[in-house]
Design a protein around this ligand. Structure first.
Ligand SMILES: Nc1ncnc2c1ncn2[C@@H]1O[C@H](COP(=O)(O)OP(=O)(O)OP(=O)(O)O)[C@@H](O)[C@H]1O
Length: 703
């Protein structure tokens, strides 16, 4: 490489024939270079480069002859710094001199190795120069030495620069550290239905007995929904898995993620009823844990309906009744020393808090006979660390470690073995019976099968690990693909893993951006313009709920008066909040179900799980703060294949956050923007202003 300088001497202009010669020479040189490159391997080339850079550069005379003429035009580099070559040349000359001095001192010291190498290289260079000279025009045609650039530094070997590896994709990151079972989840098409007949022996592969199918038909259920078609056969077929105890071949656990209103409750109620119906002795064999009392009540109703006539005893424990009352409902024999526990019920549905109370404080309350442990709304429950409830419950289902030698008990407890008191996995605890170890002893495990359900199932590895799942099988009921149409459903599972939750296909979603001052007016407009009569309105707190209901009542009264119907209201709104007693809440829900209440204003207390089939609209009056909350709120409508509308009122300053939240969940395009102009609300404005004034008065009076 050389630095170009302007030829100042007109004689330096190239005559035509000389230029041709130069071209010929350059061509020949290019070919030689190409040849050299193909012959030498990269490693050797690099080594040669290193060697050449290690030796001092030839002096400027040699340079002039070789590079000044030889280098092809594309190697010429002009940089602003090098245009002014004088100072450079000065410093270069100094360097040259110091190099010569160094070399001389090395030679004196007998260090001959490097100069010898250098001489060799110089000789080679000279040879090639001679060869070049055959083709080259005389030197006089080149710029005078005075104007030439200083000797350029030796080119450094072109090692590849260290580069960072490509950043892993979001998908790859999402899959890292996840349970293999989760990555291999089975994707279930939500449109998959399975019609069954109650009149024939053929169960259609579901594993449901004729009796159960008949009961379902009586309840108006004639086909299984997608989640049920996946889960029920796994829990009921082959018929050997219907046993109450499977100590040597324990069943695998099941985790299910399916949209709201897709029928998850029946997916576990049906197999439990089917398996437990064969039991002779009543023991606590199924435990269903739910996050709220309202959900416990709802699931109990489903159990009562499906298990009718099967002789199963179903109970619930939520703290609604006194602790002693619940104990008498649950325990048959409270005498001490019953190693296998005692139970009056086959199925217990409860909240985690009350469950821990009974584990700690109810004698003979035992989980050793559990065949099913259901955790519904699993992500919400796993997020609750209440008294470390999960660890306690899991410990109670597992047999304690086998002790060597005969088991013994405290001397004050009678050691009379009771035939069926202990579950098979706990038999080693039997007092007074010597334990004789044999070579064919097989480990007995708990027969408890864990079933987890949610519309927004967690994929947090730490939370899943805490469950100590046995060979878990994951089912993901997932709607439309967003990333293409892979055959193996990988994208559907990825959606689940990346928390892009699936929504009911029959749901329509809108958002309305408005100022906070106009928000109530927007709600009233939606209610009147769309003639909404079965709506759930979600607010952020109990206080906000009460205030909104009051304002709504004032508004309806003012509007009726304006329209010449004083004293009547078109729409009845009620607050549903944690401030109410359980009986009041139950009564209000009942009135809402019977459509005596049209608009139920509530906090997130009932955003999960509550199943009211006729809810036509869900309004998020205060926008939800996370995607999980959004999914559960809007999921109170469009259930079981019915259509429904969800509206979210978003204050201007929240709009960006809300949209980002939807976007990261891959859901932004599904939520259409709605616009309401001044004209649309014109006829409601005066009633609204009257209502605001009345509300202000009411609060002023109460303070
Ligand atoms: N196979 C079926 N045929 C007809 N209706 C069904 C069937 N399965 C469930 N349903 C009805 O669908 C509705 C929703 O069911 P369910 O409450 O179990 O939904 P979910 O998936 O648990 O919803 P969420 O996630 O909101 O709790 C209920 O009213 C239920 O009775």
């Amino acid at each position: 490489m050389i630095v170009a300088t302007e030829p100042t001497d007109p004689a330096a202009a190239q005559p035509k024939e000389k230029t041709k010669a130069k071209k010929r020479y350059l061509k020949a040189k290019k070919e030689r270079r190409k040849k050299r490159k193909t012959q030498s391997t990269p490693g050797i080339a690099a080594k040669e480069d290193r060697q050449s850079s290690a030796v001092p550069q030839p002096d400027s005379e040699e340079q002039e002859g070789s590079s000044g003429e030889d280098e092809p035009d594309e190697d010429i580099v002009e940089t602003p710094e090098r245009e002014n070559t004088e100072p450079m040349r000065g410093s270069k000359a100094k360097k040259e001199k110091s190099r010569e001095r160094e070399q001389a001192s090395r030679t004196e010291k007998g260090d001959t190795e490097r100069p010898r190498k250098r001489r060799k290289l110089e000789t080679e260079q000279d040879d090639s120069q001679h060869a070049n000279d055959d083709d080259v025009t005389p030197r006089a045609t080149f710029p005078p030495p005075r104007l030439r650039s200083p000797t350029p530094p030796a080119a450094l070997p072109a090692f590849p620069l260290p580069t960072r590896p490509d950043a892993p994709s979001k998908q790859t990151l999402a899959l890292q550290g996840l349970d293999k079972a989760l990555i291999e989840a089975e994707l279930v098409d939500p449109a998959k239905l399975h019609a069954f007949s109650s009149a024939s022996d053929d169960d259609g592969g579901t594993g449901l007995s004729e009796r159960t199918r008949r009961r379902l038909t009586e309840l108006g259920v004639t086909e299984l929904f997608a989640v049920q078609t996946a889960v029920i056969p796994l829990l009921l077929t082959p018929s050997s898995v219907k046993s109450l105890y499977l100590p040597y071949n324990p069943p695998r656990d099941v985790c299910v993620s399916a949209p709201t209103g897709s029928g998850k409750t029946l997916a576990y109620v049906l197999p439990i009823v089917e398996v437990l119906s064969v039991r002779v002795v009543t023991r606590l064999r199924a435990l269903i844990v739910l996050p709220t009392r309202d959900l416990v009540t709802q699931v109990r109703e489903t159990f009562d309906a499906v298990a009718k006539g099967r002789g199963l005893k179903v109970a619930s424990a939520t703290g609604q009744h006194s602790f002693v009352h619940e104990q008498t409902q649950l325990i048959a024999d409270r005498s001490p020393g019953l190693q296998g526990g005692s139970s009056k019920v086959d199925v217990l549905i409860c909240t985690p808090g009350r469950l821990i109370d009974h584990l700690n404080g109810t004698p003979n309350f035992s989980l050793q006979h559990l065949r099913f442990l259901v955790i519904d709304e699993a992500d919400r429950l796993l997020a609750q660390s209440f008294q470390d409830w999960l660890a306690h419950v899991l410990a109670a289902t597992r047999p304690p470690p086998t002790s060597e030698g005969p088991a013994t008990g405290p001397s004050d407890i009678p050691s009379i073995p009771r035939a069926d008191a202990l579950a098979p996995a706990f038999l080693h605890l039997l007092r007074g019976v010597p334990h004789v170890r044999t070579d064919i002893d097989e480990k007995r495990e708990s027969s408890c099968q864990k079933l987890l359900f949610s519309a927004t199932l967690t994929r947090d590895p730490a939370k899943i690990a805490a469950l100590n799942l046995r060979e878990p099988k994951y089912f993901v009921v997932q709607g439309q693909r967003r990333h293409g149409n892979s055959e193996n459903g990988e994208e559907g599972v990825l959606d689940f893993v990346m928390e892009k939750f699936s929504m009911p296909a029959t749901l329509t979603e809108h958002m309305l951006v408005c100022s906070s001052a106009e928000k109530p007016l927007m709600l009233f407009h939606l209610v009147h313009a769309h003639e909404v009569v079965n709506a759930l309105v979600f607010t952020k707190s109990a206080e906000s709920t009460t205030r909104l209901v009051k304002l709504f009542e004032f508004f309806e009264a003012a509007l009726s008066a304006e329209r010449g119907r004083p004293g009547t209201t078109a729409n009845v709104a009620r607050a549903y909040s944690s401030d109410l007693s359980p009986s009041e809440r139950k009564a209000i829900l009942e009135q809402f179900r019977n459509q005596e209440i049209h608009i139920l204003v509530c906090s997130d207390l009932i955003s999960r799980g509550i199943d009211i089939s006729h809810v036509s609209h869900v309004v998020s009056y205060d926008a939800p703060v996370d995607m999980r909350k959004y999914v559960h709120r809007v999921g109170r409508t469009a259930r079981a294949g019915r259509s429904g509308d969800a509206w979210t009122l978003v204050e201007e300053q929240e709009a960006r956050y809300f949209k980002t939240m939807l976007k990261s969940a891959g859901h932004l395009e599904k939520v259409k923007r709605m616009r309401v102009g001044d004209k649309d609300v014109e006829e409601l404005r005066s009633a609204y202003e009257q209502a605001l004034a009345q509300l202000k008065d009411a609060y002023a009076r109460s303070n």
